[in-house]
Design a protein around this ligand. Structure first.
Ligand SMILES: [Zn+2]
Ligand SMILES: [Zn+2]
Ligand SMILES: [Zn+2]
Ligand SMILES: [Zn+2]
Length: 332
């Protein structure tokens, strides 16, 4: 599978980009521009995907072999000079033509293998961690040759096991972002990583249009209601996640209200665990209400260990069991 380097950046001043630099299909600045005989310009990937022997704009007869690679140096230079922002380290002033170099050799937040990887070191981490790792790496090669590779090798596809890594809070969020950008990740265990609400917002920013992740566990972190707000907002447009574990994150009825709002539109979440938070009878009532009236996909809800939920909730639960048909397990 090829690396889509453009997944790692976004355009900074989209509205200021000249129209003749923009693809007639994807509406973004051209990548590997080609021209049809009828003089329309497209990204190679865009036109080849849509070409059914006809131009995507004027329908005149065009075959793939008729496409001419655009070589006008002025246009290519202008394309290279377009300013982009790295989605991993958030550096803003990168020229697009330089971006590959940024990810492969510079970006401090790119996931890389150890520069002694060829000597069998299996270390994987963020580039900014490499220098610390190298002080203890026992696979050092003594030849001068490998000294050149101090930036480590960019490693885009691995689903790293974050539980085996010492990353915490913000660095975990960046690693999650790097993994989700690659769209290779189906399950994430973020147990006990000191993740704050600010880091939750970084994770949420890639969660909202992820199409692969099915399970995410934030068990034992520091999300609080403000972190839940970001996650709930992302999940109102994410239609793939099935399991969300928010146990032990200091969530109150305020966070529950945000999650209930999300459950009105999200119809893919099957399991939601909210045990060992600070939810009371009021939060319970809010959840029951949405599960009776707006959501019929959730099958498992866990609220154990919320000491403020007491007998007063019995009525809500009886009601829920009477009216909701999808829920099969109700841990109290
Ligand atoms: Zn395009
Ligand atoms: Zn045409
Ligand atoms: Zn970067
Ligand atoms: Zn190493």
């Amino acid at each position: 599978m090829e690396i889509k380097i453009e997944n790692y950046y976004e355009y900074v001043n989209k509205e200021n980009i000249e129209k003749y630099l923009v693809c007639n299909i994807c509406d973004k600045p051209l990548i590997e521009p080609v021209m049809t005989p009828c003089a329309y310009v497209f990204c190679r990937r865009c036109i080849e995907k849509s070409l059914d022997d006809h131009c995507a704009r004027c329908s005149s007869y065009t075959k793939s072999k008729h496409l001419v690679v655009l070589t006008d140096p002025d246009i290519l230079i202008e394309l290279d000079n377009i300013q982009v922002k790295c989605k991993l380290c958030e550096q803003m002033d990168i020229r697009r033509g330089y971006f590959q170099n940024h990810i492969y050799e510079i970006c401090p937040k790119a996931i890389i293998t150890c520069s002694n990887n060829e000597n069998n070191c299996s270390w994987i981490g963020l580039r900014e961690e490499l220098s610390t790792h190298l002080t203890t790496c026992s696979y050092q090669s003594s030849t001068l040759d490998s000294q050149k590779e101090k930036h480590g090798k960019f490693f885009p596809y691995l689903n790293i096991d974050l539980q085996q890594r010492n990353l915490q809070n913000h660095d975990v969020a960046i690693a999650v972002k790097a993994l989700l950008i690659n769209q290779r990740c189906t399950s994430l265990d973020l147990f006990n990583k000191k993740i704050s609400s600010e880091s939750a917002s970084i994770i949420a920013s890639v969660l909202d249009n992820d199409i692969l992740l099915g399970i995410i566990s934030f068990r034992n972190n520091l999300l609080c209601d403000s972190g839940v707000q970001f996650i709930a907002h992302a999940l109102s447009t994410n239609f793939h996640l099935q399991l969300l574990d928010l146990n032990n994150n200091s969530i109150t009825d305020i966070g529950v209200r945000l999650l209930a709002e999300m459950l009105k539109t999200n119809q893919t979440l099957i399991k939601l665990t909210l045990s060992y938070n600070r939810i009371s009878n009021e939060g319970m009532t809010i959840l029951v209400d949405v599960l009776i009236n707006n959501n019929s996909t959730l099958r498992w809800l866990s609220l154990a260990g919320n000491s403020s939920i007491n007998d007063l909730s019995t009525h809500s639960i009886t009601n829920l069991l009477r009216h909701n048909t999808s829920l099969t397990t109700q841990k109290q």
